[in-house]
Design a protein. Structure first.
Length: 279
């Protein structure tokens, strides 16, 4: 027996298209071969706290529908949209309007750009028109790429040099945000949890989920810095007062030597932060 409950189809009850809705939200997406109506999608976005997923996001119809329905019944559903950066051909009459719209925005001619802009404009429009329910109509954008952590690929003919190069585990062309979000994925944390940052001992420290995860990716931490940094993290952790156990993460190559690394970990452990990791 299936554990997935069946539901009545709502799509067949509506024949309207998505084009006018997109234009109304400022998306300028133009015609699509098989447009979906965001009005029809509202009919089946009903359960509280749903996470609605659409792996063919197109012009962002599903996200628009979720925001509209949330405003209508004061719920907090979320959506996950996936859209490849599929090129738009300005010479194709069905894609011309969308391609020209991307040009006006000075962005690449891709469907993904149309998706994002429609969601931005729909969120602003719904937020300004809804006086009874104030919600966050923002969203985060992620792009598929390789890991921020370098793979171990030893060269037997030149092993000493390979070992020296492997001291830095993180790719040099990645930002702290890139690394931070990969950490969230690896630790199974929600990508939409609240984040804040604070400067401690001259180093930027990130707090994720009100102190559930504390991350310092500073490239250099000396012996003197290690103690001040650890004590500052302890103080901030106490102020945040997370409900469960916290994890603290550092860049492994940042510490000046083993003494700095050991002292930092020891101070954190003495104050209850026992789950200390390094990248």
């Amino acid at each position: 027996a299936s554990c997935i409950p069946t539901m009545r189809s709502a799509l067949s009850s509506s024949r309207s298209t998505d084009v006018e809705a997109g234009a109304g939200a400022g998306a300028g997406s133009g015609r699509r071969e098989r447009p979906r109506s965001w009005h029809s999608q509202e009919l089946w976005i009903r359960d509280d706290d749903d996470i609605v997923m659409d792996f063919f996001a197109g012009s962002g119809t599903t996200g628009h529908a979720v925001m509209t329905q949330n405003a209508a019944d004061q719920k907090k559903r979320r959506f996950v949209l996936v859209q490849l950066p599929e090129p738009l051909n300005i010479d194709d009459k069905d894609q011309k309007t969308a391609a020209e719209y991307c040009d006006r925005m000075k962005r690449p001619r891709t469907i993904a750009e149309v998706t994002k802009e429609r969601l931005r404009r729909a969120g602003r429009a719904i937020g300004s028109d809804t006086s009874l329910f104030r919600a966050d109509y923002g969203f985060r954008v992620f792009r598929l790429t390789s890991s921020n952590i370098l793979e171990w690929q030893p060269e037997c003919e030149n092993l000493p040099e390979t070992l020296e190069q492997s001291v830095e585990h993180l790719k040099t062309d990645r930002t702290e945000s890139d690394i931070l979000f990969e950490l969230l994925l690896k630790l199974g944390l929600d990508l939409c949890v609240p984040m804040e940052e604070k400067t401690i001992a001259g180093k930027t420290v990130h707090s994720v989920g009100a102190g559930t995860l504390l991350v310092c990716l500073a490239p250099k931490i000396g012996r003197k810095d290690a103690e001040a940094l650890a004590l500052g993290i302890v103080e901030w952790h106490k102020a945040l007062a997370p409900a469960g156990e916290s994890t603290v993460v550092f860049r492994d190559s940042a510490f000046a030597d083993d003494v700095a690394k050991t002292n930092c970990a020891a101070i954190l452990e003495q104050h209850g932060l026992k789950n200390v990791r390094s990248l």
